[in-house]
Design a protein around this ligand. Structure first.
Ligand code: NAD
Length: 374
C-alpha cells in the first residue's frame, strides 16, 4: 500500500507526517511517498523524510496513492486526481463547506474528516482537534504577550515593582486550559469563564480563578460540547464579563459551538471599556464571525481606543513543527488502530463507532449520518 503525504497550500505550514511517523508507517509495511518540500514550513527537510524511509515525489504521484494524508481539505482538482477506492484523511471543515464531500463521493474516495472524530477515551489518541487546540491555546498566550506592552510576571527590582499582568481566558476547552496553564507558567494572574460549570474545578486546579456568572440552566451535550445559550443568557454573560475584560491586559477567547458559528461574546461597547494597549486574541475568529465584534481571521485590528484584536486563522502554524508532530501522530494512531495485519490494509469497518463517526464518504456516496441526506 502506498501512502502519500501532500504538500499543503502556501499559508499552511504544518505537514501530515514527520520522520518518526514515516518510520512507523514503514514498519507496518506501507511505502511512503512525501511530496517535495512538504515539510519546509515545519522545518523538516526532504532529506529527513528520506532518511526515515520515504521517497520524495512530485505532486502527480498522488494519483497512485492508496492513502493520502494531509492537514487541510484539498482543492477540487486534487480530489479529481485521486485513485478510486483510496482513503483520504484530513480536516475537511464539513459544517462550513460541503463541496469537498460531494467531490470525494463522486471520485469514489473514502474521506475521513478529523473534525468528526468522536470525543471518546478510545479515540483520544487520534483526536487532531484536541492536539491542535493544545498548540493553539499555548500560541495564543505567546501572541498576546508579544503584542501586549506589559510583561507577564511580577518583577521586584530596584527600579520598582511591576505587578503581574492580568489574563482572562473565555472558553475552557482544550485550548482554553492550555492557555491558562501557559499564562500561569509565565507568571500572569489568570481568570477564566466557561458556560460548562464542570470546568470550574479544572480552572482552579491550574491556579486560576473561575469567574462566576449566573446564567440559569447551562450544560453540555453527550459529547462534552457546550450547549448554545439563549440570546438572553448571552446578554447576561456579556454583562458579567464586561468588568473582568476592562480589568484585563490580555483576553483570550476560545468559545466554540460544535457545528455552529461561534457565539459573539465581546461587543464593540465592551471593547471601549478596555485600556489602550490591551490585547484580545480571538481563537474563534472565522469568516462567519468570531467571539469578538470586528475581529478578522488572519489580521490584527486596532480599535479607536487602541485595543488590539488579533483574529487567529490557523494559529497552530505559530509552532508548526510541534503541531505537525502531534497531528501526524494522530493520523498514524488512526492507521495503526484500524490496521489489518493479515490483509496488510486499513480496515474501514462501518459498524465501528470511530469509523462511523468520522467517515464522510465511501464507495461513491456521502455516508455520514449527519450529512448523508443534507
Ligand atoms: P470547543 O473548541 O468546542 O469549545 C471551546 C470551549 O468554549 C468549550 O469549553 C465550550 O464549553 C466553551 N464555550 C462555548 N460557548 C461558550 C460561551 N458562550 N462562553 C464561554 N465559553 C463557551 O471545545 P473543545 O476544546 O473541543 O472541548 C469540548 C469538550 O470536549 C470538553 O469538555 C473537553 O474536555 C471534551 N473533550 C473530550 C475528549 C475525549 O474524551 N476524548 C477529547 C477532547 C475534548
Amino acid at each position: 500500500m502506498q501512502v502519500f503525504i501532500a504538500k499543503e497550500k502556501e499559508s499552511e505550514k504544518r505537514v501530515a507526517a514527520v520522520p518518526d511517523t514515516v518510520r512507523r508507517l514503514v514498519r507496518l509495511g506501507l511505502s511512503v511517498a512525501v511530496e517535495t518540500n512538504a515539510g519546509v514550513g515545519s522545518a523538516i527537510p526532504d532529506a529527513a523524510f528520506e532518511e526515515a524511509g520515504a521517497t520524495i515525489v512530485g505532486p502527480d504521484a498522488i494519483s497512485q496513492a492508496d492513502v493520502v494524508l494531509r492537514v487541510q481539505s484539498p482543492p477540487k482538482e486534487t480530489i479529481a486526481q485521486l485513485k478510486k477506492g483510496a482513503l483520504h484523511i484530513s480536516f475537511l471543515n464539513p459544517f462550513s463547506d460541503s463541496s469537498p464531500m460531494a467531490d470525494f463521493a463522486s471520485a469514489s474516495v473514502s474521506a475521513v474528516s478529523l473534525e468528526m472524530m468522536p470525543r471518546t477515551t478510545l479515540a483520544q489518541k487520534m483526536d487532531a482537534l484536541s492536539s491542535q487546540a493544545s498548540i493553539a491555546g499555548y500560541a495564543a498566550v505567546l501572541m498576546g504577550a508579544d503584542a501586549s506592552p506589559k510583561i507577564l510576571p511580577m518583577m521586584m527590582t530596584p527600579a520598582g515593582t511591576i505587578q503581574p499582568a492580568k489574563y482572562f481566558v473565555i472558553g475552557v476547552g482544550v485550548a482554553g486550559l492550555q492557555a491558562i496553564a501557559t499564562a500561569k507558567r509565565l507568571g500572569a494572574r489568570v481568570e477564566a469563564f466557561d458556560t460548562r460549570p464542570v470546568v470550574a474545578e479544572q480552572v482552579q486546579s491550574l491556579g486560576a480563578k473561575f469567574v462566576q456568572i449566573d446564567l440559569g440552566e447551562m450544560g453540555q451535550t453527550e459529547q462534552g460540547y457546550a450547549k448554545e445559550l439563549t440570546p438572553e443568557q448571552l446578554e447576561l454573560q456579556r454583562q458579567g464579563m464586561a468588568k473582568v475584560c476592562s480589568d484585563s491586559d490580555v483576553v483570550i477567547t476560545t468559545a466554540k459551538l460544535f457545528g455552529r458559528p461561534a457565539p459573539l461574546l465581546l461587543t464593540k461597547d465592551m471593547l471601549k471599556g478596555m485600556a489602550p494597549g490591551s490585547v484580545i486574541v480571538d481563537l474563534a475568529a472565522s469568516p462567519t464571525g468570531g467571539n469578538v465584534e470586528g475581529s478578522k481571521p488572519g489580521e490584527t485590528v486596532i480599535t479607536e481606543e487602541g485595543v488590539q484584536i488579533i483574529g487567529c486563522d490557523t494559529i497552530e502554524n505559530h509552532s508548526a513543527q510541534d503541531a505537525s508532530l502531534m497531528f501526524a501522530s494522530n493520523l498514524v494512531n488512526f492507521i495503526e488502530h484500524f490496521w489489518d495485519e493479515e490483509a496488510k490494509t486499513i480496515k474501514l469497518d462501518r459498524e465501528d463507532e470511530i469509523i462511523a463517526g468520522c467517515l464522510m464518504t465511501h464507495e461513491g456516496a456521502i455516508v455520514h449520518e449527519k450529512f448523508a441526506n443534507a
